[in-house]
Design a protein around this ligand. Structure first.
Ligand code: FPP
Ligand code: MG
Length: 296
């Protein structure tokens, strides 16, 4: 399997689906539709939707079974980026290589575009019940999983801890809490959602959940490293933004070398979580290893 080609093909598929699930201009105020579309299509690797599909495939089902939920995860991720960039939060001007939503549409519209993407996500997940072969009860469970991962005990909780740790020296537990929640919780939800919709047994769901947890942690550690060592043209946001905002990051606590080793350890644990899976989990194994060499 050629991972880069795989990721490009999956991104293309997801981009087509995202287009279908975004509101059409006759459905909602035009500027709002435009702002939602602008941020969703400003770029992005589509990793969370790709992981939803890969989780379903790892347990032997077709990716087509989970496409609406895969898109919903990208809507939630995009909302979180829009709000994270607002003046009240990180106050960033650049995201995915383009001016941030509030720079183009103003602060009020950016807040509302984020709100609309978050709510649209749950509307789209509920549409997943219309896909033949998907059980209603599985969809309800996925709504709970995704809401939990995105909300106060997941991503929003992590973002709050991240804001509260600004300018302070975070201890190791706080650091882990921030990364596991602001970033890890949505990855974990993506993996679990794919597995549940695919009708996986509880053991497989738990294994994919462990993979998601470790993947999310490794992802945020490498994100912290890229904020120090990356290139703005590649990461699509200003290098050094965490330092500017006095963020608690892995490199600021452990140094770059140890942070990298910790990312390696999480990747190893993610891959190990899949030890009872067949070759169908190979994309998940490769995507985890790719985190250690990514430049954006
Ligand atoms: C980059 O993802 C984004 C992260 C590593 C997540 C950081 C967490 C937040 C911004 C949480 C914000 C939460 C709230 C509630 C405002 P990526 O590299 O996959 O980005 P891409 O989709 O552009 O490729
Ligand atoms: Mg930020």
């Amino acid at each position: 399997m050629e991972l880069i080609k795989y990721l490009q093909e999956r991104k293309k598929l997801i981009d087509e689906e995202l287009d279908r699930y975004l509101p059409q201009p006759d459905e909602a105020p035009e500027t709002l539709c435009e702002a939602m579309r602008y941020s969703v299509f400003a770029g992005g690797k589509r990793l969370r939707p790709i992981l939803v599909m890969a989780a379903a495939e790892a347990v032997g089902k077709d990716k087509e079974l989970v496409l609406p939920t895969a898109c919903a995860l990208e809507f939630i991720h995009t909302y979180s980026l829009i709000h994270d960039d607002l003046p009240a939060m990180d106050d960033d001007d650049l995201r995915r290589g383009k001016p941030t939503c509030h720079k183009v549409y103003g602060e009020a519209m950016a807040i509302l575009a984020g709100d609309a993407l978050l709510t649209r996500a749950f509307e789209v997940i509920s549409k997943n019940r219309e896909v033949p072969g998907v059980d209603d009860a599985a969809v309800v469970r996925v709504i709970q999983i995704v809401a939990h991962g995105a909300g106060c005990s997941g991503m929003v909780g992590g973002q709050v801890a991240d804001l509260e740790a600004e300018g302070k020296t975070a201890d190791k537990d706080t650091m882990l809490y921030i990364h596991a929640n602001k970033t890890g919780a949505l990855f974990k939800a993506a993996l679990c959602a794919g597995a549940v919709l695919a009708g996986a047994d509880e053991e497989a769901i738990a294994a994919l959940e462990r993979y998601g947890e470790q993947f999310g942690l490794a992802f945020q550690i490498t994100d912290d490293i890229l904020d120090v060592e990356g290139k703005t043209e590649l990461i699509g946001k200003p290098v050094g933004s965490d330092t500017k905002n006095q963020k608690a990051t892995y490199p600021s606590i452990y140094g770059l070398e140890k942070s990298y080793r910790m990312a390696e350890e999480s990747v190893a644990q993610a891959v190990d979580a899949l030890r009872n899976f067949s070759h169908k989990a190979e994309p998940l194994r490769q995507i985890a290893r790719y985190l250690l060499t990514r430049s954006y």
